[in-house]
Design a protein around this ligand. Sequence first.
Ligand code: ZN
Length: 295
Amino acid sequence: MMRRRVLITIPVFLLCLGLWFALGQSGKISQWLGGGGPHQSGYNLVPILCFHDVNGSGPYSVTIEEFRNYLDILKKENIRIVPLKEVMQHQKDNRLMDQPTMAITVDDDFENIARVAAPILREYDFPATFFVYTKDINTHPHGGMAWEDLNRLIAEGFEVQNHSHTHTAFHEPRVGESQEHFAARVHQEVVVSRQILEKHLPNHKIWAFAYPMGYYSPYLEEKLREAGYDLILTVDAAPVDVTSKFTGIMDRYTIQKEYVADPMAMFYKQIAYARKKYQSAEVAQVEEGPQHGLK
Ligand SMILES: [Zn+2]
């Protein structure tokens, strides 16, 4: 009896071992485990850029020449620019980029976005996502964008996504604000703004939300998740690592010139992230040498 059980166990064990080996080779096991994934070689860090006004004024605006210069550098450095959705999909699939990759986003409602930035991006054949807030569309006292502009951008293949209704701070209650009033305000910024966008941009799904001015809180995050957004964008200045777990939140780099000592050095650092070849944690540790014991 004992002998027969051993005889059955051995082939079953060998079959399992063979299956494990075959799946391991195809990378399936590590993919299921959500570990390093089936990575051979490629790039895992994807910086997402956040521009604001182009040819306007303010600390976050760039001139047309500066904007072109940024795009020229991306071309010269062979950085592939992909739509935001593609970065998200790679992270969901735990799949490396086969060449250095970045994504471009542009925030707010400046008229120059539709009239200056978009035609230049088209010239370079760069996709982009525009995050707009709904309060000022069509009614901005200084011009701004109109619904026709946004529908045209979508028809041209750009993405338009949500940046709230009023572009104010709504991550926490104002001093003296009741919880009910605060909840209603967040609802307007998170839910009503999307209804407005979807009403005026027919057949265009709103699936991403960028925090205005980068303010967030656990409460606001919870409300955005409840509202069903696929992706939330911060401006926390870190590249997306497509080998890390998809959380529904991605960081971006604000392009700015007044609050940083050397904007170009910062930009080249982002490019260096995109160009850095993927190294699994084990390989990186071996190359760095022993972490302790030697001084
Ligand atoms: Zn903004």
